[in-house]
Design a protein around this ligand. Structure first.
Ligand code: GLV
Length: 326
């Protein structure tokens, strides 16, 4: 590989990571906290061999058509639903993600949402800021207890398990559903029981989601699933917005089908379904699950390490499509 092969980086990186890339590549750098505009992306990718992409970049067939020399895409995220993996694989392009390094930060944020919706943190903060806090009162801002309540975990992967570990500190029994049950010892340690989805929905006080977005999981939670939840239960989503039918969620919140929701991701991000912002029982965050300085630094370094490995002709440590190498 030519030592100054051209690569494109579509989002802000820590200086140390950028400098590592600049030693080996000619870097076109979109160092901004806003997505690269699509026409610019289509133009800039033309002569590149490598792409360090953000989840806001839509890497579809059209983009790949504009990138005849592309060898590797390193996505700076664990989720890669923004990339048409089959098309990239068909064209022999290596694709990697950043698993593991964001597990704890994302689980922390999921737990912040659980506590935040149950204890009405955002509403309370608004009240104090607006000068409306006049007296302590016995029934002021009554929330719901978290300790001892049943936590539903849909998708018991890395992040689901990290949330389950946190829940142990709150003595929360766990119901989970997912493709592969945990082994008995781990279930015991986490106080977790694998149950059919409908049982999880019926029995949990908090239903939380840790599944990737794919054609199979789009609208995984819709009107029917929300109707099974307890009217006192909360939904927490830190995975991907389209996993929940957002209009159905709005309806369920407006009708009191469920008690509230903590949401970090949206179906048509960054737009939200109009009406959600009017509801006090929802906590709305701007897709910040992995947004700590430490974690984003590790994600950037990991994406760069993958890109370097792939473009040097090696195997990227977090390669998603090893088929390309065979
Ligand atoms: C963020 O949403 C990620 O998938 O890493």
């Amino acid at each position: 590989m030519n030592t100054l092969a051209p690569i494109l980086v579509t989002g802000n990186l820590p200086a140390s990571v950028l400098n590592t890339l600049k030693k080996e590549f000619q870097v076109e750098y979109h160092g901004e906290d806003r997505p690269m505009p699509r026409p610019k992306l289509l133009h800039s990718i033309r002569n590149k061999v490598g792409l360090l992409s953000m989840i806001t970049d839509d890497i579809d067939g059209e983009l790949l058509d504009h990138a005849p020399g592309l060898v590797m895409i390193a996505n700076m995220a664990v989720g890669y639903n923004n990339i048409d993996l089959d098309t990239a694989t068909g064209r022999g392009i290596l694709v990697s993600n950043t698993p593991g390094v964001l597990t704890e930060a994302t689980a922390d944020l999921a737990f912040a949402l659980i506590l935040g919706v149950a204890r009405r943190i955002a509403e309370e903060d608004r009240m104090v800021r607006e000068g409306r806090f006049r007296f302590w009162a016995p029934f002021l801002f009554l929330g719901r207890e978290v300790s001892g309540k049943t936590l539903g975990i849909i998708g018991m992967g890395r992040i689901g398990k990290a949330v389950a570990r946190r829940a142990q500190g709150f003595q929360m029994p766990i119901l989970y559903s997912g493709r592969s049950p945990l082994d008995g010892a781990v279930e015991k340690e986490l106080n977790a029981r694998c149950v059919p989805l409908n049982d999880l929905l019926r029995e949990s006080d908090f239903v939380s989601l840790y599944i990737p977005l794919s054609a199979d999981t789009r609208h995984f939670i819709s009107k029917k699933e929300l109707a099974l939840m307890k009217p006192t239960a909360f939904l927490v989503n830190t995975s991907r917005g389209p996993v929940v039918d957002e209009k159905a969620l709005l309806g369920a919140l407006q009708n009191g089908t469920i008690a509230g929701a903590g949401i970090d991701v949206y179906e048509n991000e960054p737009a939200i379904t109009p009406g959600l912002e009017k509801l006090d029982q929802v906590l709305l965050l701007p897709h910040v699950g992995s947004a700590t300085l430490e974690t984003r630094t590790r994600m950037a370094a990991m994406a760069a390490e993958n890109l370097l490995a792939g473009l040097r002709g090696g195997t990227p440590p977090n390669l998603l499509n090893p088929k390309v190498l065979r």
